[in-house]
Design a protein around this ligand. Structure first.
Ligand SMILES: O=C(CO)[C@H](O)[C@H](O)COP(=O)(O)O
Length: 150
């Protein structure tokens, strides 16, 4: 699978390690930055670029990383077609895919250690969307709202 990834300074170490982890698992990774550690950099443009990458690349998934993951999720979700979920435990990782068909996972690297972040991302990638009618219906309502605004 192709995985788009982005981070600010707070997730820079995780991003670099996660790129290797995902590549070792056979995924192709597209890195939307930050490309260098800059302690005062700003997450929005990296996360928006990552979201655009996912939307333009059907079947791909995205990972956005920050200190909490909150702002990164907010920024990615500004891109029409992105469904970014802040994931912080096993249930939220699986439900993001199964119920929400989330195409972007947001992770706060100041909240977990490296291995647990890997674990959450792996769970997210492995879980399929359930396709249950009620979830399809609700996701369609969000997509309809996005379409109305265009
Ligand atoms: O998680 C984040 C946004 O939700 C950022 O990574 C976090 O706010 C960065 O903090 P600082 O500039 O103090 O290092």
């Amino acid at each position: 699978m192709r995985i788009h990834i982005a981070t600010d300074h707070a997730g820079f170490e995780l991003k670099n390690e996660l790129v290797k982890h995902l590549q070792d698992a056979g995924h192709e990774v597209i890195d939307h930055g930050a490309h260098e550690y800059e302690p005062l950099d700003d997450y929005p443009s990296f996360c928006i670029d990552c979201g655009k990458g996912v939307v333009a690349d059907p079947g791909s998934l995205g990972v956005v990383i920050g200190g909490s993951g909150n702002g990164e999720q907010i920024a990615a979700n500004k891109v029409d077609g992105v469904r970014a979920a802040l994931v912080w435990n096993e249930d939220t990782a699986r439900l993001a895919r199964a119920h929400n068909d989330a195409n972007v996972i947001s992770i706060g690297f100041r909240q977990h250690d490296l291995d647990y972040c890997f674990h959450l991302v792996d769970l997210f990638i492995a879980e399929p969307f359930s396709g249950d009618e009620r979830h399809v219906r609700r996701i369609s309502q969000i997509a309809a709202f996005e379409a109305e605004r265009r």
